[in-house]
Design a protein around this ligand. Structure first.
Ligand SMILES: NC(=O)c1ccc[n+]([C@@H]2O[C@H](COP(=O)([O-])OP(=O)(O)OC[C@H]3O[C@@H](n4cnc5c(N)ncnc54)[C@H](O)[C@@H]3O)[C@@H](O)[C@H]2O)c1
Length: 311
C-alpha cells in the first residue's frame, strides 16, 4: 500500500510504548509500528488500537511486529525497550541491563532506518542517549533523549495545581540530568501567562514545587508500584509531533553537547528547537550562579554514569 503519512516506530511495546502509540494515534500524527521481543504482544496491541481508530476518526495504520522489517524507512524511531524501575530503585540502577538491550536495538534500527531521528527513552536516560549516539554513528541532531519534556510537564502541572490556574498558561522548564537528585528545574524562568512565578507564589511554595517535580516519577512509582506511563507517553508524543510536523517546538531534551553550556562529550538536558531535522538549534540561556552550579553537578553525575558504560 502506498502511504504518504510519516512513519514512526516504537521499539519496546510495554507500558510507555503503548501509551505513546495511543497518544500518537489519537492525534493522527503518523503510521505506527510497534516492536517488542514478547511474542505476538505488539501485534495484539496494534490490532486493539486499530479497532479504536473508527471511533476516533483517525486514519493511521498501526502494525505490530517481533522483528524490524516493518520498521524500515521510519522517519522517527522511539527506543523504549528495557526494564523500568521498581519502588525504591533509582533510574541509575538500570544501567547494565538496559545498555545491553539498547545497544542491540540501535544496531537493528540504524540498519533499517538510516535517516530516522532517534528518540531515546530507556533509563538511565542520559547514558542511554549517549550510548545510542555512539553506537548509531548518527549526527547528534538526530539522537534525542526524552527527559525535559516529561520533567517540564510535571513542573507545569504542579505550578497549575499550586497557583490554581489553567495548565495551558503555565510555562516552565527542567534541564540537566534525568535523575531525581540531579535534574535542574528552573523556577526563575517559569511563568504563568507571562507573569513570573515569583510574583504569584512565595519562595517556600516554589521550593515545594521544585522538590515535588524532582520526585515526580518516584512519587508515582511509590503509589502504584510501577513506573509512570501516561505523562511519559505524552512527552514522547509531543517530541514526535514536533519532528514529523516540523513545528520548531522549544522543548528541553538530552542532546550531545559540543561546547554548549561549557560542556563537551556528554548527553544532558538543555532547551532545544525540535523540527523536521531533529535538534535544529540548542538554546543557551544565561544561568545565574546557583543554576550554573546545579547544572555542573548534573553534568558530573552523568559523566559518572558514562564511566560505567562499556563502550
Ligand atoms: N525517559 C523517560 O522520561 C522515561 C519515562 C518512563 C519510563 N522510562 C524508561 O522506559 C523504559 C520502559 O519502561 P516501561 O514502563 O514501558 O517498561 P515495560 O516493562 O512496561 O516495557 C518495556 C518493554 O521493552 C521490551 N523489551 C525488552 N527488551 C527488548 C528488546 N531487546 N527489544 C524490544 N523490546 C524489548 C519488554 O518486552 C517490554 O515490553 C524503562 O527503561 C523506563 O525506565 C523512561
Amino acid at each position: 500500500m502506498m502511504t504518504h503519512r510519516p512513519k514512526v516506530s516504537i521499539i519496546g511495546a510495554g507500558m510507555v510504548g503503548h501509551t505513546t502509540a495511543h497518544w500518537l494515534a489519537a492525534e493522527e500524527v503518523a503510521d505506527l509500528v510497534l516492536v517488542d521481543i514478547v511474542e505476538k504482544m505488539p501485534m495484539g496491541k496494534a490490532l486493539d488500537l486499530t479497532q479504536a481508530a473508527p471511533i476516533r476518526g483517525v486514519d493511521v495504520r498501526i502494525t505490530g511486529s517481533n522483528g524490524y522489517d516493518e520498521t524500515a524507512g521510519s522517519d522517527v524511531v522511539v527506543i523504549i525497550a528495557g526494564v523500568a524501575r521498581k519502588p525504591g530503585m533509582t533510574r541509575e540502577q538500570l544501567l547494565d541491563t538496559n545498555a545491553g538491550i539498547v545497544r542491540g536495538v540501535v544496531e537493528q534500527v540504524t540498519r533499517h532506518s538510516p535517516n530516522a531521528c532517534l528518540i531515546v527513552v530507556t533509563n538511565p536516560l542520559d547514558a542511554m542517549t549517549y550510548l545510542t549516539y555512539k553506537v548509531s554513528g548518527f549526527p547528534r541532531q538526530r539522537v534525542i533523549g526524552e527527559s525535559g519534556a516529561l520533567d517540564s510537564t510535571r513542573f507545569r502541572a504542579f505550578i497549575a495545581l499550586e497557583v490554581g490556574v489553567s495548565v495551558e498558561d503555565t510555562h516552565g522548564m527542567v534541564i540537566g540530568a534525568h535523575t531525581d537528585k540531579d535534574m535542574v528545574p528552573l523556577p526563575r524562568f517559569a511563568h504563568v501567562g507571562g507573569v513570573p512565578l515569583a510574583y504569584l507564589l512565595p519562595p517556600d511554595r516554589i521550593d515545594a514545587i521544585v522538590a515535588r517535580t524532582r520526585r515526580g516519577g518516584a512519587e508515582i512509582t511509590e503509589l502504584m508500584g510501577a513506573s509512570a506511563f501516561f505523562a511519559p507517553g505524552a512527552a514522547i508524543a509531543q517530541m514526535v509531533e514536533a519532528i514529523v510536523r516540523d513545528k520548531k517546538r522549544l522543548i528541553p531534551c538530552s542532546v550531545f553537547l559540543d561546547g554548549e553550556y561549557g560542556e563537551r562529550g556528554v548527553c544532558i538536558g538543555v532547551p532545544v528547537l525540535l523540527g523536521r531535522g531533529g535538534v535544529e538549534r540548542i538554546i543557551e540561556v544565561p544561568l545565574n550562579e546557583p543554576e550554573r552550579a546545579a547544572f555542573k553537578a548534573s553534568v558530573a553525575a552523568v559523566r559518572e554514569q558514562l564511566g560505567a558504560l562499556k563502550l
